[in-house]
Design a protein around this ligand. Structure first.
Ligand SMILES: Cc1cc2nc3c(=O)[nH]c(=O)nc-3n(C[C@H](O)[C@H](O)[C@H](O)COP(=O)(O)OP(=O)(O)OC[C@H]3O[C@@H](n4cnc5c(N)ncnc54)[C@H](O)[C@@H]3O)c2cc1C
Ligand code: SF4
Ligand code: SF4
Ligand code: SF4
Length: 452
C-alpha cells in the first residue's frame, strides 16, 4: 500500500458504507497493513495496536480503551455519531492487550442454544408498568442489590441527551436503569468498575447489549463466579447523534424558558410508555422547571408508529454499522440471561397476554438458572417454544440488511431539514431522486426547508 493511502474496506462493507473513510490512526496509515475478515486491521510493524478500517468491525463496547494500561486509546464519535477507538501511537507500547480483549477479534463465537425459554412477567404491577416488557430486569436487580451486590445498566444523562452505563448498590437506585433506552450507551469506566467490585469479592449483575456483555467478558479475561450477566435481545442500537438532534429540535439546548421556578429542563424520556398498552407503546418526553421538578409538563406523547425518532430506529435507518453484521447476539455473547419482548405471545399463547408486558426470558447458563430460581417466587413464568417466538421478533434476525436509504438519511442530517421532514423525504422520495434531493438540501438549505 502506498504511504498515506487509506486502506480499502472489505468488499461487503465498501458496498454498504461507501461514504466511510478510513478510520485508521494517522500514523498507522503510512505502514503496511493486513485486513482481517472482521475489518480490524493488523499493522505488523507497529504490532498489536488496535486500528480500524471497517466500521462493521467495531461495536463500540470500549473494552480496548478500558484495558489499555497506558490510556492510549480514546473513543471518539465519527460523523454518524458512533464511538470508535483512536490510538495515540506515542503512548502505545504495543503490548497487544487491546487486541486480546476485543470481542470482535478472535473469530466468530459459536451460537449456544438457551437451556430454557420462558414467557415471564414481574408480579408487581407497578414495576411491570414502568418496564419495557415484563419487568424481569427489576426483579434480577432487586435480588442482587438486596444481597449486597451491585447492578450495572444503562441510564440517561441528567439532561437526557445521552445514555451511559452506571451502577447502583441499593434497590432504590434501580429506577434509572429500568426501561429500554433506544440510544447506544457509553460504557465509560463501567468495565473497570465491574472488575474492581469483583476483585473485592462483591456480587455484580451487568446488563447491556450482547456486544457490551461480550466486551466485558473479554476485558475481564477470567471467569468470576460472582458475576451475572443479562443481555437484551438486540436488533441494533441507533446513533446518539440522531437522538441529540431529535431532542435539540423539540427542546433546544440553552433556550429553555426561565420562569419564576427556574429554567425548564428535560426531565424524563420513556420510549416504552404503556399508557395505551404494551403493544401500542408510546414515546413520552416530559419537562419541568429546575426549581420545581414535581410539576412536569408533557412535551411529546406519540405512538411509536408516528414518532419520527422511533420510525428512524425501527426502520433500521440509523443503526450502528456493526449491527448490520452482528456476530455477538443470538447466544454468542456468553451472557447468562437474555431479556426481550415476547412479541407474538398474543398469537402463540393468547391466555398469557394481558397487554401489560411479557418478557421473553432466555436462560443460557446454569448460573443464570440459579439466579432465576431466586426470583421465581416474584414472577409468573411459563416454559415457551422459542422457535415459535422467533418469527415475530426482529432481534433474532442474524443480520439486518443495510437499508439502501441509510446513507441519504445520514447525509440529510447535515442539512437544516428538521428530523420529521428529513424522514418524510427519505421515506417518500423515489430511490433515484433521493441523493439529488439531499444534495439540493445541503447546498440550498432555504429552498429545502421551504419546499421539502
Ligand atoms: C437498543 C435495544 C434494542 C432492543 N431490541 C430488541 C428487539 O429487537 N427485540 C426484543 O424483543 N427486545 C429488544 N430489546 C429489549 C427490550 O426492549 C427490553 O429491554 C427487554 O425486554 C427487557 O425488558 P424488562 O421489562 O425485563 O426490563 P426493562 O426494565 O425494560 O429493561 C431495562 C434493561 O435494559 C437495559 N438497557 C436499557 N437501555 C439500554 C441501552 N441503550 N443499552 C444497553 N442496555 C440498555 C438496562 O440496562 C436494563 O438492563 C432491546 C433493548 C435495547 C436497549
Ligand atoms: S497495544 Fe497496549 S499500549 Fe498500545 S493501545 Fe493497545 S493496550 Fe494500549
Ligand atoms: S474492543 Fe470494542 S470498542 Fe474496541 S475495537 Fe473492539 S469492538 Fe471496538
Ligand atoms: S446488534 Fe449486535 S453490534 Fe449492534 S448493539 Fe446489538 S449486539 Fe451490539
Amino acid at each position: 500500500m502506498k504511504p498515506g493511502k487509506p486502506l480499502a474496506l472489505s468488499a461487503k462493507s465498501a458496498a454498504a458504507f461507501p461514504e466511510k473513510r478510513c478510520l485508521f490512526s494517522p500514523k498507522a496509515q503510512h505502514r503496511p497493513a493486513r485486513l482481517r475478515g472482521n475489518g480490524i486491521v493488523f499493522v505488523p510493524l507497529l504490532s498489536d495496536m488496535i486500528t480500524l478500517s471497517d466500521p462493521t468491525g467495531c461495536c463500540g463496547c470500549g473494552a480496548c480503551a478500558s484495558a489499555c494500561p497506558h490510556e492510549a486509546i480514546s473513543l471518539r464519535e465519527d460523523a454518524e455519531g458512533f464511538l470508535y477507538p483512536h490510538t495515540d501511537a506515542d503512548r502505545c507500547t504495543r503490548c497487544g492487550l487491546c487486541e486480546k480483549v476485543c470481542p470482535l477479534l478472535g473469530g466468530p463465537q459459536p451460537a449456544r442454544p438457551p437451556l430454557h425459554a420462558y414467557a415471564a412477567h414481574n408480579k408487581s404491577d407497578t414495576q411491570r408498568g414502568q418496564s419495557s416488557s415484563g419487568g424481569i430486569f427489576s426483579l434480577l436487580a432487586e435480588e442482587v442489590t438486596a444481597g449486597g451486590g451491585a447492578v450495572f445498566g444503562a441510564r440517561f444523562s441528567r439532561d437526557c441527551r445521552s445514555v451511559c452505563h452506571d451502577y447502583t448498590e441499593v434497590p432504590e437506585g434501580i429506577a434509572p436503569f429500568r426501561g429500554s433506552k433506544y440510544v447506544q450507551s457509553r460504557t465509560g469506566s463501567a468495565f473497570r468498575q465491574v472488575q474492581a467490585l469483583l476483585r473485592a469479592g462483591r456480587t455484580v449483575l451487568f446488563t447491556g447489549t450482547p456486544c457490551q456483555v461480550a466486551g466485558l467478558r473479554r476485558f475481564l479475561r477470567k471467569d468470576y463466579p460472582r458475576l451475572f450477566t443479562a443481555e437484551c435481545l438486540c436488533h441494533g442500537v441507533p446513533s446518539p447523534k440522531v437522538w441529540r438532534r431529535y431532542v435539540d429540535e423539540i427542546f433546544p439546548a440553552g433556550q429553555e424558558a426561565g420562569g419564576a421556578e427556574g429554567k425548564e429542563e428535560l426531565r424524563s424520556v420513556n420510549f416504552r410508555d404503556k399508557g395505551h398498552g404494551w403493544k401500542d407503546y408510546r414515546v413520552v418526553l416530559r419537562s419541568a422547571p429546575s426549581g420545581d421538578p414535581a410539576s412536569c409538563r408533557t412535551l411529546i406523547e406519540e405512538s411509536h408508529h408516528r414518532n419520527p425518532y422511533m420510525r428512524a430506529f425501527l426502520s433500521n435507518l440509523c443503526l450502528r454499522p456493526s449491527c448490520y453484521a452482528c456476530r455477538l447476539k443470538n447466544g454468542r455473547s456468553g451472557s447468562d440471561l437474555t431479556l426481550g419482548d415476547f412479541w407474538g405471545i398474543d398469537r402463540i399463547s393468547p391466555a398469557l397476554d394481558d397487554d401489560r408486558g411479557c418478557t421473553l426470558l432466555l436462560v443460557n447458563t446454569p448460573r443464570g438458572e440459579a439466579l432465576c430460581e431466586r426470583i421465581a417466587p416474584r414472577m409468573e413464568r411459563t416454559e415457551a417454544d422459542l422457535e415459535k417466538a422467533k418469527p415475530y421478533n426482529g432481534g433474532f434476525s442474524e443480520s439486518i440488511p443495510v437499508p439502501s436509504r441509510r446513507r441519504s438519511f445520514f447525509l440529510g442530517l447535515e442539512t437544516r431539514l428538521p428530523l420529521p421532514r428529513l424522514l418524510r423525504t427519505v421515506e417518500t422520495t423515489s430511490h433515484h431522486l433521493l441523493p439529488l434531493k439531499i444534495r439540493l438540501a445541503r447546498f440550498f438549505p432555504r429552498l429545502a426547508t421551504k419546499y421539502f
